[in-house]
Design a protein around this ligand. Structure first.
Ligand code: NAD
Length: 478
């Protein structure tokens, strides 16, 4: 049984309650985590507050904090194989993907560790006799609620910049995937992170997550996950008048014009939806193709799609199983719904022979042409399902790309540079890729949503602004 990490100590839930940890590859329970709730969240918020206001963490200079973060990055790399195995078992993803996720976790700590003492204030010209300066300060206690699709990457993405700015943090990992966060806390502590700087409370979203989002002792909440829960978190933050960063869903379009370099585009387009079994907020789930080249482009994508193989983490194929039975049912609902609506299946990947019977496997599926009003064209499936739709011209492409409530990522594929930039500018998304796709580990690149994909920015140096506040110092010296 895995205990929680609060104030530098390992604790079981007060009532000793636990939750099972199930492996997506075979559906078997292989461990248990503590089922924390409001009581443990109280303890964690108090520990984080103490660390910032009275502990060794709050006394550290920015340079010292940065040094600790860089050491954590190195310690993660030193434990990369172990962490990747934990992550692969917990999420079902292929080992190669899990290894990459751990490398990205390390990279976040290196990046933000190096940046910690390079956040400078400003001197503002004002009236004669005054000296005005703007200093940047930590927010205080920051709360981080993360999903199950990229647990290790998410720790780096949200916690590393918070620590770099000197906040005390409380992390609530997803109930399906808490193991890497717990092991990470141990590794970070051994690397020199003072007690209380990072607290990890495991448990259910509606218990521990809701208690954290609504806690009057937090100064900020970052949430990544579904739109439904994001709205609840924002309401809770509003009641305490604290800032909230939301990273929600997406239906990111791949906009392919007839002159696109298909040798380059096709493998990237397939990977962008198959990676992590499509359980990626930035999955390129809509393939929008210029009508005149539709058959040719979709034919090439179908050929590549049919070669996709799904297997266990150890098989290390293109992707693994889905996360849990609910996710499997959800994705199958979309696939079966599209088939019974008569939408043509253009290609399906295969589940490898020999996968365990109880695993949550689904066949990656390419549909097309998908009607513009079909669920597959408008909603987030969060699975390895790609919807191909033809468009008439540039204006139609932009309208179609912007035609869902989401705006997270987009890609434009064309050899015409004027068109590339016109479309990139017109598409509503937090990131637009031109003849490439996906930030993946792009820790340097500011990331976040427009429209219903959320608000606020993570990654890059902009995250340091989100995770800090300013104070204007006005000094009359005569
Ligand atoms: P989810 O919203 O159910 O859970 C996310 C996290 O919120 C988990 O830690 C969960 O325990 C917690 N939670 C659940 N109910 C809560 C509540 N009432 N109060 C506070 N916390 C609560 O989402 P999920 O099923 O884990 O993930 C799938 C969804 O997340 C998809 O829609 C996907 O697009 C989105 N997502 C977005 C991003 C992004 O960066 N934009 C990344 C990953 C996932």
């Amino acid at each position: 049984m895995q205990k929680m990490f609060i104030g530098g100590r390992w604790l079981a839930a007060r009532d000793e309650r636990t939750l099972p940890v199930v492996a997506p590859e075979d559906g078997q329970t292989f461990d248990h985590i503590a089922r924390g709730g409001a009581h443990e969240i109280d303890l964690a918020v108090a520990a984080a507050r103490h660390a910032v206001e009275h502990g060794a963490w709050g006394r550290m200079t920015a340079t010292e904090r940065g040094r600790v973060l860089v050491k954590i990055g190195q310690a993660v790399l030193d434990h990369a194989d172990e962490l990747a195995r934990i992550e692969a078992r917990d999420t079902g993803k292929p080992m190669a993907t899990a290894r990459n996720d751990i490398a990205v976790l390390a990279r976040y700590f290196e990046f933000y560790g190096s940046a910690a003492d390079k956040v400078h204030g400003e001197v503002i010209p004002f009236l004669n006799g005054y000296q005005v300066s703007l200093v940047r300060e930590p927010l205080g206690v920051t709360a981080h609620i993360i999903p199950w699709n990229y647990p290790a990457q998410m720790i780096g993405r949200t916690v590393a910049p918070a620590l770099a700015m000197g906040n005390g943090t409380v992390l609530k990992p997803a109930e399906d995937t808490s193991l890497s966060a717990l092991r990470f806390a141990e590794i970070a502590t051994a690397a020199g992170l003072p007690e209380g700087a990072l607290n990890v409370v495991t448990g259910l979203g509606e218990e521990a997550g809701a208690a954290l989002a609504a806690h009057p002792g937090i100064d900020f909440v970052s949430f990544t996950g579904s739109n439904e829960v994001g709205a609840l978190v924002q309401q809770a933050a509003a009641k305490n008048a604290v800032k909230c960063v939301l990273e929600l869903g997406g239906t990111s379009p791949q906009v392919v014009f007839a002159d696109a370099d298909l040798d380059r585009a096709v493998p990237i387009i397939v990977k962008a939806i198959v990676q992590n079994a499509g359980q990626t907020c930035t999955a390129g789930s809509r393939l929008l193709v210029e009508q005149s080249a539709y058959e040719r482009v979709v034919g090439r994508v179908a050929e590549a799609f049919a070669k996709v193989r799904v297997g266990t983490p150890a098989m290390d194929l293109d992707c693994g199983p889905l996360m849990n039975p609910a996710q499997l049912a959800r994705v199958n609902r979309y696939i079966d719904g599209a088939i019974s609506a008569g939408i043509p299946v253009l290609a399906q990947g295969r589940v490898a022979d020999g996968v365990p019977a109880g695993g949550f496997y689904v066949r990656p599926t390419l549909f097309g042409p998908v009607p513009r009003t079909a669920a597959l064209a408008c909603e987030e499936v969060f699975g390895p399902v790609l919807a191909a739709l033809p468009f008439a011209d540039e204006t139609d492409a932009i309208a179609l790309a912007n035609g869902t409530p989401y705006g997270l990522l987009a890609a434009v594929w064309t050899e015409n540079s004027g068109r590339l930039h016109r479309v990139a500018k017109a598409v509503k998304a937090g990131q637009v890729f031109m003849n490439c796709y996906g930030a993946g580990g792009g820790v340097e690149l500011p990331f976040g949503g427009t429209k219903r994909s959320g608000h606020g920015r993570e990654k890059g140096l902009l995250a340091l602004e989100e995770l800090s506040t300013t104070k204007t110092l006005v000094h009359f010296h005569g």
